[in-house]
Design a protein. Structure first.
Length: 75
């Protein structure tokens, strides 16, 4: 039973970590690349920067939760 439990736990943690990566890419890396290439479509005001940092923070929180889920693995 512990093998099944461990695999289900790893799948859950992986899914959550993938969502975390999506948050970081879509909300932080994407806008930073757009600014780096001089995109005029990307606003450069304080609110846009704050929203980008919030997306990065949410990605970090989701990744941390995924790491906590892995503590439930059974030997």
């Amino acid at each position: 039973m512990s093998v099944i439990h461990n695999e289900q736990t790893k799948l859950t943690a992986t899914a959550l970590n993938n969502v975390a990566v999506a948050f970081v890419i879509a909300g932080f890396v994407g806008p930073m690349v757009a600014v780096g290439y001089g995109s005029e479509a990307m606003p450069r005001d304080a609110i846009a920067i704050l929203v980008s940092i919030i997306w990065l923070f949410v990605g970090f929180i989701l990744h941390s939760i995924a790491k906590l889920i892995l503590r439930d693995l059974k030997p």
